[in-house]
Design a protein around this ligand. Structure first.
Ligand SMILES: NC(=O)c1ccc[n+]([C@@H]2O[C@H](COP(=O)([O-])OP(=O)(O)OC[C@H]3O[C@@H](n4cnc5c(N)ncnc54)[C@H](O)[C@@H]3O)[C@@H](O)[C@H]2O)c1
Length: 298
């Protein structure tokens, strides 16, 4: 059995990825500084992965692969506290890569983001689109991508579109779906920034977890790959789907657009489909239906 170090494994995407790894017979070791519920077969390290504490994990376990998800995944938190963003996003990645290289890890899988395309020059955005930035988060994610390429271990860098699903923190900033879902389930008013016509490519967390594990099982290395549905959903459309699923009666409150927010984003997923033979399986309507059926935290 191969050992996989999963950083940020107690987070939203991390929990789904851990279960998918176990399903595929990997032995999972999680390093996270906020350990919540625990999966019995998993070994947990309650550490900050950007610090020297991480060395013990490599020293005490033979790590075959790393899936590096630990991050401060928030544009507004990064704008408010760029040093924390630098620590959790860039320094953590440098530390993970340095140790992965030192201990001969076979491959690192990194969770980057569509934020590195800023406001795209063309849509859908493919992986050859130039990178830019509207926030410190995009800067540190792109710097992390560059460090991974520089450090000389096999890698797969995924640029995820907007990820959603049960268990996402409704009070964090990453998930508009989670936030709307939470407010609308409790019949509270939803705020829409701007006119709501801005759109995104929403990808289900179950698809993300499957793709993270495929990156280990496929003999494909040193690629940057979008993980997306290649479909657009505006914030107004998202609101309407949730309204219908949750039988919500209130109108949304339109407020000022937020600085650093991307206006339009759809990610081309041809590379994912051709290299991995995987087409994301859940569209946003069905994904939200599943959330409404589950209606409880993951
Ligand atoms: N959720 C999305 O829509 C989305 C989109 C694109 C990319 N991503 C990326 O996917 C990854 C996972 O995102 P998520 O939504 O699960 O986030 P999350 O906030 O739910 O999980 C992140 C986890 O990392 C841990 N962590 C953060 N900094 C750490 C540190 N220095 N040391 C140890 N643990 C640390 C946190 O405790 C948390 O458990 C992130 O890298 C994020 O940037 C997410």
């Amino acid at each position: 059995m191969h050992n996989v170090l999963l950083t940020g494994g107690c987070g939203f995407i991390g929990k789904y990825t851990a279960l998918e790894l176990i399903k595929n017979n990997f032995n999972v070791i999680i390093a996270d500084r906020k350990i919540t519920s625990q999966i019995p077969s998993v070994l947990y390290y309650n550490i900050d992965v950007a610090t020297s504490e991480l060395a013990d994990v490599f020293e005490n376990n033979k790590i075959d692969y790393v899936i590096h998800l630990a991050a401060l995944p928030s544009v507004s938190a990064a704008i408010e506290n760029p040093l924390q963003d630098c620590h959790d996003n860039y320094q953590a990645t440098v530390n993970v890569c340095y140790l992965a290289k030192k201990y001969n890890v076979k491959k690192i899988v990194f969770s980057s983001t569509a934020a590195v395309y800023a406001n795209p020059k063309y849509l859908p955005v493919d992986e050859n689109h130039p990178v830019s930035f509207l926030s410190p988060y995009a800067i540190t994610k792109n710097a992390s991508e560059n460090f991974i390429k520089y450090c000389g271990i096999n890698y797969i860098i995924f640029r995820y579109a907007n990820v959603y699903g049960s268990g996402q923190d409704a009070f964090g900033e990453a998930g508009v779906v989670a936030k709307f879902f939470e407010l609308m389930s409790h019949n509270k008013q939803v705020k829409i920034h701007g006119n709501g016509e801005q759109y995104r490519d929403f990808i289900s967390v179950s698809d993300i977890a499957k793709v993270n594990v495929l990156a280990l099982t496929k003999d494909i290395n040193n690629q940057i790959i979008n993980v997306s549905t290649n479909k657009k959903t505006s914030i107004n459309e998202l609101f309407d789907v949730l309204k219908c699923e949750l039988n919500y009666k209130l109108a949304p409150l339109y407020v000022d657009a937020r600085p650093g927010d991307i206006e339009k984003s759809i990610l081309d997923n041809k590379k994912l489909i051709s290299l991995f033979g995987y087409t994301p399986q859940t569209d946003v309507k069905n994904g939200i239906k599943e959330m409404a059926i589950k209606k409880e935290a993951f």
